[in-house]
Design a protein. Structure first.
Length: 97
């Protein structure tokens, strides 16, 4: 079964909004959404046999809320942007195929 990955636009938008000064609860919510969507997408791309499966698992591990990775905001911001861009690229690429 081929799962559409267009839902990845939602966590990408949330990741881009991380630049704003938002309450701590937003970042916890962001971790939950990114982890959940990454795990869901990982099994969607697994069927396509690509490296994206391992990238999605790594993103889920990095953003997981159970054992959080504590980094400064200066480090998280580029990570958020890169992961957001990756999600958009993957969703757009999936739309074309």
């Amino acid at each position: 079964m081929d799962r559409a990955l267009k839902f990845l636009y939602f966590p990408a938008i949330l990741l881009f909004l991380a630049f704003l000064e938002l309450p701590y609860g937003y970042y916890t919510f962001l971790r939950l959404v990114v982890t959940g969507m990454s795990l869901y997408a990982a099994f969607g791309v697994l069927e396509k046999g690509s490296i994206n499966f391992w990238v999605m698992l790594a993103i889920a591990a990095l953003f997981n809320p159970l054992i959080p990775v504590h980094l400064s905001k200066e480090i998280w911001l580029p990570i958020d942007v890169l992961v957001g861009i990756y999600f958009v690229r993957l969703a757009y690429k999936d739309k074309l195929s």
